[in-house]
Design a protein around this ligand. Structure first.
Ligand code: GLY
Length: 358
């Protein structure tokens, strides 16, 4: 088992006997425990948690639909009503058992209900184990714009149990690969080399990879918890990917996972970085080809560009009407607060489309 500390939050990685969570539950006297799950984690993960932590057997279970549509203010209202009907108090506990959607939504609910109750995150997807569950950001979406209403608030514990990953599809595991690529590109050249190799061989040592990512995330978050400067390096690839997710989300006909959208965002923002910082085209190709060798090509019709720009305009980091991007100067070296224009974004999307044809 590995243990990390981020501010006051203890992070336990691969405590397969669930000792840490049992001990913590025994040392706290909650008057009520609520577990938020989605329909998948209800089936695949909840029975495992209840078997290993018998104290939780009398918890009240709240089940939501999986997917980004659940991160809504309407869902917050519904969950809060349910919690109040079930007599939640400030001495209750909320456990978020699920991926990024459950952790973001459940953390948001926990931090506003009764002005805040304690919560713990038990992330069940690789994506949430390396990113979403860690760092204190909780939020819901508004009008198809991602994470517009939210807070910084920390769970008491983050408990990462790697065998939960066995219930995931290949696409869900692949999705997380985009965040792992991102950590390498923004912060750690060695991690980039390692994840390139592991994605070639299709064998990943989850425990090592997750702890590498957690270590990086903790260092970055501790240097700038409220996301004004250094933490923004974590946004590399995300300005464009969030806009793409919003476009897909608002079309209602198609959906796209965060990781697949991020693969496009990483390529486009690497292209903008290449133009801004003039690194070699050999380096550009090396990065882009590594991403395209594992991710499917996403069909981004040219007529979506205008909508992508529309969603980019509400990116939380924008200042004085300018897009504020994180870019990279080199593998492992990120630069925050770079101004980027509409035309650069269009060029980057055209570059992505061209790469997909080759
Ligand atoms: N996922 C980006 C951050 O935690 O800042």
């Amino acid at each position: 088992m590995k243990q990390f500390l981020l501010r006051d939050t203890l992070i336990y990685l691969n405590d397969t006997s669930f000792n840490s969570i049992n001990k913590w539950m025994n040392s706290n006297n909650f008057d009520n425990v609520f577990i938020i799950v989605d329909k998948n984690t209800n089936i695949h993960c909840l029975p495992i948690l209840l078997k290993h932590v018998p104290l939780l057997k009398s918890s009240f279970i709240i089940t939501i639909d999986p997917g980004e549509a659940s991160k809504s203010i309407e869902k917050v209202h519904a969950i809060c009503s349910c919690l109040i009907n079930k007599n939640i108090t400030r001495h209750s506990l909320i456990i978020n058992l699920g991926g990024g959607v459950v952790c973001d939504l459940g953390g948001f609910v926990a931090s506003i209900i009764k002005r805040g109750v304690q919560f713990i995150n038990i992330p069940t997807t690789l994506m949430s184990q390396i990113d979403a569950a860690i760092g204190g950001k909780v939020a819901v979406n508004l009008q198809h714009y991602k994470n517009q209403i939210g807070l910084f608030v920390n769970p008491q514990i983050i408990f990462i149990y790697i065998p939960f990953l066995l219930s995931l599809s290949n696409d869900e595991l692949l999705s997380a690969q985009a965040e792992i690529f991102k950590y390498g590109l923004i912060y750690d050249k060695l991690l980039w080399e390692k994840c390139k190799l592991e994605s070639d061989s299709k064998i990943m040592n989850f425990e090592n990879m997750i702890s590498d990512c957690i270590r990086i995330k903790i260092k970055i978050v501790e240097s700038d918890y409220y996301d004004y400067q250094q933490r923004r390096i974590l946004n590399f690839g995300h300005s464009i990917s969030h806009a793409i997710e919003s476009v897909f989300f608002s079309s209602k006909k198609q959906t796209i996972s965060h990781g697949f959208a991020l693969s496009v965002g990483l390529i486009c923002e690497t292209y903008i970085s290449y133009e801004n910082f003039q690194f070699s085209s050999k380096k550009l190709n090396m990065i882009v080809n590594a991403i395209l060798s594992v991710f499917p090509k996403i069909n981004l019709d040219k007529n979506l560009d205008e909508m992508i720009l529309k969603y980019l305009k509400s990116d939380k980091k924008n200042q004085n009407g300018l897009y504020n991007f994180t870019l990279i100067k080199d593998v492992g070296v990120a630069v925050v607060n770079c101004s980027v224009s509409d035309i650069q974004i269009i060029h980057a999307l055209d570059y992505y489309r061209k790469k997909c044809q080759t």
